[in-house]
Design a protein around this ligand. Structure first.
Ligand code: SME
Length: 165
């Protein structure tokens, strides 16, 4: 059985509202972080245009590194020190990083040379970094403020379901 990818219609806000509803329906009752991350990566990757990588990095307590979790796209960097890259900046600042042109950011880590713009949403639980939700696009300036708000809402779907040990 294949679950349908939703057909998104209307304004960008309406489309993200539909995507969030689809995400909630997809992961209803589930709490495992890998299951949530895999399902949300696939849903977002196949629902939105102009993306070449969608996935999650999880914070590893004993090293402080971000370690890759479930994703869609080409094989990516496995481990990102938290003082490096756009993902590290999101994790350190607990603030979404929206990068219009990755070539203009010296600290950007190029996992896929096709990537031209990036959005990284931090995932925090009780004020502590838990991971990041990372999206790459081959199109410069792909992510608008409306995309940021919509993708932060998708990240919230994971945070509201995940059960930590
Ligand atoms: N570009 C990211 C690294 C992760 S990949 O994009 C999948 C960064 O600079 O942290």
């Amino acid at each position: 059985m294949s679950l349908a990818v939703p057909e998104l219609v209307g304004s960008i806000e309406e489309r993200y509202a539909q995507l969030v509803r689809a995400a909630e329906a997809l992961v209803a009752g589930e709490h495992d972080r890998a299951t949530l991350a895999a399902s949300l990566s696939s849903l977002v990757y196949h629902s939105l245009p102009d993306l070449n990588w969608v996935g999650f990095y999880f914070h590893e307590q004993h090293t402080g590194d971000l370690v890759v979790g479930p994703y869609q796209g080409k094989p990516a960097c496995i481990r990102i020190p938290s003082d490096r890259g756009v993902c590290g900046a999101a994790a350190r600042s607990l603030t979404t990083q929206r990068v219009a042109d990755v070539h203009a950011v010296p600290d950007h880590i190029a996992c896929d040379p096709d990537s031209r713009s990036e959005l990284v949403v931090p995932l925090a639980i009780g004020g502590q970094i838990f991971g990041v939700f990372d999206l790459d696009s081959p199109v410069p300036n792909r992510f608008t403020e409306a995309d940021q708000a919509g993708l932060e809402a998708i990240a919230e779907v994971l945070l509201s379901h995940v059960r930590t040990p």
